[in-house]
Write a protein that binds this ligand. Structure first.
Ligand code: 3HC
Length: 293
């Protein structure tokens, strides 16, 4: 089994990043979105990233042309039927993912490998919507995908070991460091990251420090690239809230329970950077202002 053609379903923040790194690594890549506008938006983002690489001198203009030549956008699932691997990066809703993979299962030959980029849903449960759970893995990438060097390769109790090893090699071919993780809620990164982020909110609720002081503490005291509140706004408060609910459901442990403040911020539509407001106000994006609670 050798992966040559990759299908990516979803061309949002994660899907476009995955499509970009696949095309840059030399794979023929087809990325599918539900509307022509979303395909165009995703491809424009990739184009911008590639142009930045050319500006910086990391990519030649000719190589950029080759990458773009390997990358095709579509609104039709049918265009993915001859892919060797399909990576899904759509909305984090189990029924929607199961429906998508059910349709792909009927469309693709039995050899095609399926992967989900879910951050917290159970791969086993998504794979159960298909007749090929042995050819199903998790490939969990990190935002921003072109920059972050990690991919979690997730094995379920049904995954064929040969398929799994091929996926570990695929992760390395993308220029990422693949880590092996089992299909346990949140895998490795979110198992550790989510309680840390939720604890930062609890510390804020308890008055341990301000948004800026807690952020600076972890940034300057521990060398983290972003403090927890900047990272929460970057990941999305709705996303973090959703992941915490799934992980709490899985483990029934308090450390995964969403703090009341997080729930209220999400209910108020304060979803972080993408909504213009989270723990910081992004009215002036170059100069975010911490919210006083
Ligand atoms: N796409 C492509 N490239 C990007 C980018 C993007 N969206 N954002 C930044 N970059 C590139 C820049 O071009 C720059 O490249 P260069 O070094 O070659 O010039 C490099 O990244 C650094 O960018 P900046 O100088 O603008 O800014 P920073 O030094 O602050 O880095 C960052 C930005 C890489 C986002 C850094 O702050 C960081 O690593 N933050 C932590 C991100 C993180 O933890 N991500 C994981 C989130 S958890 C997750 O995704 C899992 C999910 O399940 C929740």
């Amino acid at each position: 089994m050798a992966i040559q053609k990759v299908g990516v379903v979803g061309c949002g923040l994660m899907g476009s990043g995955i499509a970009q790194v696949c095309a840059q690594a030399g794979f023929t890549t087809v990325v599918r979105e539900v509307s022509a506008e979303l395909v165009e938006k995703g491809l424009k983002g990739i184009e911008k990233n590639l142009a930045r690489l050319v500006e910086k001198g990391t990519l030649t203009e000719a190589a950029k042309g080759e990458v773009r030549g390997r990358l095709k956008g579509t609104t039709s699932l049918d265009d993915l039927k001859d892919c060797d691997l399909i990576v899904e990066a759509i909305i984090e809703q189990l029924p929607v993912k199961r429906e998508l993979f059910g349709a792909l299962d009927k469309l693709c030959p039995p050899e095609t490998v399926f992967a989900s980029n879910t951050s917290s849903l159970t791969i086993t449960e998504i794979a159960a919507a298909t007749k090929r759970p042995q050819r199903f893995v998790g490939l969990h990438f990190f935002n921003p995908v072109p920059v972050m060097k990690l991919v979690e390769v997730v094995k379920t109790i049904s995954t064929d070991p040969a398929v799994y090893e091929e996926m570990v090699r695929f992760g390395a071919k993308l220029g990422k460091t693949p880590v092996r993780a089992s299909d346990s809620g949140g895998f490795i990164v979110n198992r550790l990251l989510v309680p840390y982020l939720l604890d930062a909110i609890r510390a804020l609720e308890e008055g341990v420090g301000s948004v800026v002081d807690i952020d600076n503490s972890m940034k300057l005291g521990c060398g983290y690239p972003m403090g927890p509140f900047t990272l929460l706004d970057f990941v999305g408060l709705d996303t973090t809230y959703y992941i915490s609910q799934i992980m709490f459901e899985e483990f029934k442990e308090k450390r995964f329970a969403a703090p009341p403040l997080l729930k209220r911020m999400v209910l108020a539509g304060w979803n972080g950077k993408k909504s213009g407001r989270g723990f910081y106000d992004y009215s002036d994006p170059a100069n975010p202002k911490p919210i006083q609670f």
